[in-house]
Design a protein around this ligand. Structure first.
Ligand SMILES: [Zn+2]
Ligand SMILES: [Zn+2]
Length: 291
């Protein structure tokens, strides 16, 4: 089976929810998935696009972005063949409020992300560049993976997204002087102890770094630690659905990974990794209807 669980129906630009959360738009994503034999598709809109997120954090970017209604989003997605997910930031200190908000909406799965190291800045947004808050790559990488470890241990999330997003800028930023594996270590330990699934994301192929998240070295450590994996493209447009999947499937197969995580009602099961037989595809409309 192939899955694509990390999808956004809205682009990063503001735009209107009315344009994104429509059957026409969903059909474009479903068609793209079907073309590539992706059997399970789920949407995981950013939690910070919704009003309710401001109860968790009041960052100025969130204040600009938080315009949609979370209940309306959930209601809409449940009328489609898509699994209902959400991409929620891990906000240190807001764990209880995050849990309450997530529990109230009956998601199929929750993807946890570290985009910000709190008020120190953003990992992937140069307008709030976190690199300006750290003296060098080693201290930043150390802190970033500590946040990832906390996310894993929080128990709030089913999947940890883009596990080494800190490398996003590639050669535009210095690499740590220490072996990156030193910085990965606490995170890998937290993943092993918590049982959270690790996202293999092809989004990195579209970014300056030009490589899959996680790096090969980090992925090897996850495999050794017995982690399970979820497969996603982090598409923000239909043409990005399943982007780079041949490479991702080969990447996992080379690591000896032969199964991926599938979710429903926040329950996880494992399915064989790879293209399903043509007759077992289940993503299309008319085969399941409303959930
Ligand atoms: Zn993200
Ligand atoms: Zn995303």
């Amino acid at each position: 089976m192939l899955t694509d669980y990390h999808l956004h129906l809205r682009t990063d630009e503001a735009g209107n929810a009315e344009d994104a959360f429509t059957n026409e738009n969903v059909d474009r994503y479903l068609a793209a998935a079907e073309e590539q034999g992706i059997a399970e598709l789920g949407v995981s809109e950013h939690l910070y696009r919704f009003n309710e997120s401001l109860a968790l954090w009041q960052h100025s970017y969130w204040q600009d972005q938080a315009v949609d209604d979370l209940g309306a989003y959930c209601e809409f997605v449940r009328t489609t063949p898509l699994r209902l997910g959400i991409e929620a930031d891990y906000i240190r200190g807001a764990e209880d409020r995050t849990a309450a908000l997530l529990d109230a909406h009956g998601f199929d799965y929750v993807i946890g992300s570290v985009h910000y190291l709190g008020d120190l800045g953003a990992v992937d947004d140069q307008r709030y560049d976190v690199w300006e808050s750290f003296p060098g790559a080693d201290s930043l990488w150390g802190s970033y993976f500590e946040w990832q470890a906390e996310l894993a241990r929080s128990g709030l999330f089913d999947i940890v997204s883009h596990p080494d997003l800190i490398k996003i800028w590639g050669k535009d930023r210095p690499m740590p002087e220490r072996d990156p594996r030193f910085h990965y270590e606490p995170f890998v330990e937290a993943v092993a102890e918590s049982g959270i699934a690790v996202e293999v994301s092809t989004a990195g192929l579209r970014k300056p770094v030009g490589e899959i998240y996680p790096s090969l070295a980090l992925a090897e450590m996850f495999v050794e630690a017995g982690a399970e994996f979820a497969l996603s493209s982090d598409a923000h447009t239909p043409d990005q659905v399943g982007f780079g999947y041949e490479q991702a499937v080969e990447f996992l197969a080379d690591l000896g990974v032969d199964r991926i995580c599938v979710y429903e009602g926040r329950e996880r099961r494992l399915e064989p990794l790879g293209l399903a037989n043509a007759d077992s595809s289940s993503v299309g409309r008319g085969e399941g209807g409303e959930r």
